[in-house]
Design a protein around this ligand. Sequence first.
Ligand code: NAP
Length: 261
Amino acid sequence: MDLGISGKWALVCGASKGLGLGCAQALAAEGVNVLIVARGADALHAAAAQLKAQYPGVQVLAVPADITTTEGRAAVFAVRQDFDIVVTNAGGPPPGDFRDWDREAWIKAVDANMLTPIELIKATVDGMAARGFGRIINITSSAVKAPIDILGLSNGARSGLTGFVAGVSRSKIAAQGVTINNLLPGAFDTDRLKGTMAGAAKKTGKPIEDIMETRKKTIPALRFGQPDEFGAVCAFLCSQQAGYITGQNVLTDGGAYPGSF
Ligand code: NAP
């Protein structure tokens, strides 16, 4: 299926690896030019080189920056402003016990996982509306739909973003060709997941392989998702065909969420 987005420009945040890179790859495969962002310059430039080699027909720009800071976002918009597609993403907050989190921990989580996507939407949405096409995808988490106790910072901050998106996606931009959706990953095979599993292995004294196998058994698909599967869903939500899908929270979790809706 031709997604009808060849030649468009996408800003993909948190894209040197994992789910962000999966999204950048899937968009580039559709002929979308991409500007990718991550803090670590070496991994980011390696990812950009890989994208250029795989998809020689698309333009690939790489801006090493912390997207959760004003300076980081300014560095991105100094290079380009008129994005047709924006994928917001940054690292998730750490797990823990809410009794240990002070105001600073909360501000950091809200800044990264709520206010940063809102700033990125604010900076790009009116230009998209003026041009009559825009797709914004926020990578959030299945924990928004089924909160996980030790991920309170993530549950809280991302739920705030989810409420904001529910409103703004239904504002007048909906009639101007702009959609905003959240993409909710369950368990995907990325460094973040491996880090969480390594933490659980250390805490319980069990081998990481056992922790991973036990976790997989909780997922009806009996496996972790792959970043390219996640990227493919992202690319579809960015397509011309997905123009009537907005304000949605799309789960990609191998059936882990047990509800009907
Ligand atoms: P990952 O493999 O650790 O990759 C994260 C990417 O984001 C890296 O490229 C990282 O590069 C970049 N990044 C992190 N903080 C950044 C910042 N402040 N500014 C710019 N780039 C930043 O993680 P992932 O598994 O792809 O997860 C992506 C998001 O999905 C996270 O928010 C995570 O919490 C959420 N999620 C993941 C899963 C899962 O199973 N994987 C499940 C639920 C939710 P640098 O570190 O070099 O900046």
